[in-house]
Design a protein around this ligand. Structure first.
Ligand code: PGA
Length: 260
């Protein structure tokens, strides 16, 4: 894992956006895995700015989002599809046919999940997967005890995730209990992973993910096994890392072209 610690959340978000920009510039037909939640909002704002001001071209980019709530229509104000429309899809020149999303209204959910996996493979696999982390260590909605080999499927949210996401719905009772999520195995098949975590609320889980054992009890810990994984943090999220000084030293001594 490559651990990059930036002074502020804004700088961490900008850094993650630069990694995505570099990927798109190097391979204009990149397949990107995208994440939702409060953490990547600044990343999408930076990408929208890079498109609007500097002409970053998304016309050949293909996207697959990690997850969606079961039971919400794509235009529901709290759906992740709508989140992505507001923060990215409505602001850049992605071709609508290149955008892929789990369908929370699919009649046959297992068949739909299998089709989503097939669509990723047909697109050539994910080149770069953007990730956030839940307070209990989920990536996508792979909550604790998720198989580390899991594929896209239906999952039930933990009480903590329901609580964390209640702010978008008004109350915990309104948060759907079920989601479709790419599996841990699906995420691990991506050529590169890019995890962004900011804020003191993530410090504990980040330290367990990076410096604790690999365990299904904290699904994000599997990223220790990913061959190309960057983890971008702000100081607050890095506060509980035992080896923070070492990670900073490594980053500061990298060749210029490897830095962001
Ligand atoms: P957050 O969610 O960015 O809203 O903290 C992250 C996640 O659940 O992956």
């Amino acid at each position: 894992m490559e651990i990059i610690i930036k002074p502020t959340a804004a700088e961490a978000q900008e850094g993650a956006a630069k990694i995505l920009r570099r990927q798109i510039q190097r391979k204009p037909e990149s397949v990107l895995g995208l994440a939702t939640g409060s953490t990547p909002i600044g990343v999408y704002a930076a990408l929208a700015r890079m498109h609007q001001q500097d002409g970053l071209d998304f016309s050949r980019v293909v996207t697959f989002n990690l997850d969606e709530y079961v039971g919400l229509a794509p235009d529901h104000p709290c759906s992740y599809r709508e989140f992505m429309r507001q923060h990215l899809f409505g602001k850049v020149n992605l071709a609508p046919e290149n955008i892929h999303f789990p369908n929370g209204l699919a009649a046959d959910l297992p068949a739909h999940c299998a089709e989503y996996e097939t669509a990723i493979v047909r697109a050539g696999g994910i080149d770069l997967q953007l990730l956030g982390i839940g307070r209990e260590g989920h990536i996508g909605f792979n909550e604790p005890s998720s198989s580390l080999a899991s594929r896209t499927r239906l999952k039930t949210l933990t009480p903590q995730t329901v609580k964390d996401n209640a702010k978008y719905f008004g109350s915990p009772e309104q948060v759907p209990r079920h989601v479709i999520t790419m599996g841990v195995g699906t995420i691990m098949d991506s050529a590169q992973c890019l995890m962004l975590a900011t804020g003191e609320g993530k410090a504990e889980v980040v330290s367990r993910m990076i410096e604790g054992p690999v365990t299904a009890d904290l699904p994000a810990s599997i990223l220790q096994m990913h061959p190309v994984c960057k983890i971008v943090l702000d100081e607050a999220a890095a506060a509980k890392l035992k080896r923070a000084e070492y990670y900073r030293w490594v980053y500061d001594n990298k060749p210029e072209w490897q830095r962001i």
